[in-house]
Design a protein around this ligand. Structure first.
Ligand code: ZN
Length: 293
């Protein structure tokens, strides 16, 4: 099932998306649905069996999880080609780590499909993109063994780990600040439930800017696969329903291009992952808002 958050009369509501793009209301927000476990999934299945109550052309989607209960977990350096391009661009040695490198983005970074992603020129002039497969946790757990990890996954969505490279460098190359700005985590367009993704480690993943291909990879090239990430992150740390884990980006980011290219006002960024869908956002320079309006 494809489960989305629709904006209906200004309020977010959980919906199931039918094959033709129309939607049926589930009757609860997706966070509550995920927390309800099997009962939540049963409610979603019941909605999927009812006729659509929102036609596709009237459907406005928000982020699937508009207010995560905690920071979004992210993984750095999880594709070797991306590590290599970073080392080249910065002219330093960077190697793969023996265990996953985790950082987070705050809940205020969340935005949804079609949303404008703000550029704050007084803060950053080097805004970059990173398409990533995001895991949504269903069943809670701590010290989850890798061979049971996928049973804790509710589903999958796309996340663009928008990054202010200059802020990142300025703050000691520590990732939180440069990756934590408002709107820097476009997510969606929906959550595909885990039962529909036969192998999350074999999905084509790509990103384009204004139609120009920039990133093209496959999740099979992750250094630490999803079971390993969940096992490692959950060591001594409880994962809860609705927690989001972004699993790292393949190569092709803007700062590693020669010369580097960063996102600008009006740029259209399209992220795609096979079996999930397409997440499209446009960049908006906040200092130009008067002219735009
Ligand atoms: Zn990233």
């Amino acid at each position: 099932m494809r489960l989305a958050t629709a904006i209906i009369d200004g309020r977010p509501e959980g919906v199931v998306i039918h094959a033709d793009g129309a939607a049926t209301r589930v009757g609860m927000p997706l966070q509550a649905l995920i927390e309800s476990g099997d009962a939540g999934l049963a409610a979603a299945r019941a909605a999927a069996a009812r006729p659509a109550d929102i036609p596709a052309d009237a459907l406005r989607l928000g982020p699937p999880l508009p207010q995560p209960r905690k920071n979004i977990f992210c993984v750095g350096r999880n594709y070797s080609e991306h590590i290599a391009e970073g080392a080249r661009a910065q002219n330093i040695a960077i190697s793969a780590t023996e265990v996953p490198v985790f950082f987070t983005k705050p809940p205020t970074a969340i935005c949804g499909p079609g949303d404008e992603v703000p550029i704050f020129p007084h803060v950053s002039t080097k805004v970059d993109y990173e398409v990533e497969l995001a895991v949504v946790i269903g069943k809670p757990g701590r010290d989850i063994p890798a061979d049971r990890a996928l049973t804790h996954v509710f589903g999958y969505m796309i996340l663009n780990d928008v990054t202010a490279r200059d802020v990142q460098r300025r703050h000691g190359n520590q990732w939180f600040k440069g990756k934590g700005l408002d709107g820097s985590a476009p997510t969606g367009p929906w959550i595909v439930t885990a039962d529909e993704i036969a192998d999350p480690m074999a999905l084509g993943i790509r990103l384009s800017v204004n139609g120009e291909p920039r990133q093209e990879g496959n999740t099979r090239d992750m250094i630490f696969d999803i079971p390993t990430l969940i096992a490692s992150l959950s060591q001594g740390l409880t994962l809860e329903p609705g927690d989001i884990i972004a699993t790292g980006t393949p190569s092709g980011v803007g700062y590693a291009m020669e010369p580097p290219r960063f996102l600008a006002h009006g740029d259209r960024v399209v992220c795609e992952i096979d079996g999930i869908g397409r997440l499209e956002n446009t960049m908006r320079d906040t200092s130009l808002s008067a002219q735009v309006a």
